[in-house]
Design a binder for this molecule. Structure first.
Ligand code: SF4
Ligand code: SF4
Length: 251
């Protein structure tokens, strides 16, 4: 594989595809990649990072990239904090080595490419075009909590709160989402329980903060939404959980 030169030798740009099939976003990505080909930084295109699963071939490729002294500049259709911790939670790279940009912030793909190349320390007009490698694997939608370990204070409230075995303590004593796919689609409940705002659901539309973005302009008050993880047939346990959430809202 062709690598970059000089200061960009150990830097890769990762472009995370939009998962929705949106035509405008696809056109944005295509134009972005055209612009990035003019740079001297290797670019790897991957499926939507939040949809990746342990065992996906794309993770092996990304792990190879991370094995070398490497810095990643990642463009995704997510808030940057969410993107960094999605990759961090997958164990692919340390979040310190990842800079992320949100494609939604840019009106034009060329501006996004300029930003990515600048972060990578490369000019957009080099005589040695960068290589663009696409790793296309089929993915399906996922819904699971992403933990920000820079914020987590190890209180274990999420562990106690979740009834579905999503969380467990790891050997290092920290809470991990060990069975992320047990999480109930659409449920962001434990993100509201976390006292440190350390739990993100990157695709949650009801709160920018829970999605990993800026604080909500108007924090929710009064009745809680009815998260899907509280519906179903878990009976008394779920009633108790709902009571706990009500108390939280009233606090
Ligand atoms: S509730 Fe939040 S701060 Fe507490 S252990 Fe879970 S993620 Fe960390
Ligand atoms: S959102 Fe609900 S199901 Fe998912 S981890 Fe949190 S409490 Fe468990």
């Amino acid at each position: 594989m062709k690598s970059g030169s000089g200061s960009t030798e150990s830097t890769a740009i990762i472009v995370s595809r939009d998962p929705t099939g949106n035509t405008e976003r696809r056109q944005f990505e295509d134009a972005l990649l055209d612009a990035l080909r003019q740079g001297a930084v290797r670019t790897v295109v991957v499926p939507h990072v939040y949809a990746l699963r342990p065992g996906d071939a794309v993770l092996d490729r990304l792990a190879d990239l991370a094995a070398a002294p490497s810095r990643w500049i990642v463009a995704a259709w997510l808030y940057p904090r969410a993107t960094r911790w999605v990759l961090g939670n997958l164990g692919l790279a340390t979040v310190e080595a990842i800079e992320a940009v949100d494609c939604r912030e840019f009106d034009f793909p060329e501006a996004c490419a300029e930003r990515l190349l600048a972060s990578a320390g490369a000019s957009g007009t080099t005589a040695s075009p960068g290589e663009v490698e696409e790793i296309a694997v089929a993915t399906s939608p996922r819904w699971y909590p992403v933990l920000d370990y820079e914020r987590c204070v190890d209180c274990r409230q999420c562990l106690d709160f979740c009834l579905f075995g999503v969380y467990a303590l790891a050997d290092d004593g920290r809470v991990r989402a060990v069975q992320p796919d047990n999480c109930k689609p659409g449920c962001p409940a434990c993100a509201r329980v976390c006292p440190a705002e350390a739990i993100m659901f990157p695709e949650y539309a009801g709160s920018t903060a829970i999605a990993g973005g800026p604080p909500d302009e108007a924090p929710a008050t009064g009745a809680l939404p009815t998260p899907e993880c509280l519906a179903g047939d878990a009976g008394d346990e779920l009633d108790a959980l709902m009571d706990a959430l009500d108390e939280l809202d009233e606090a």
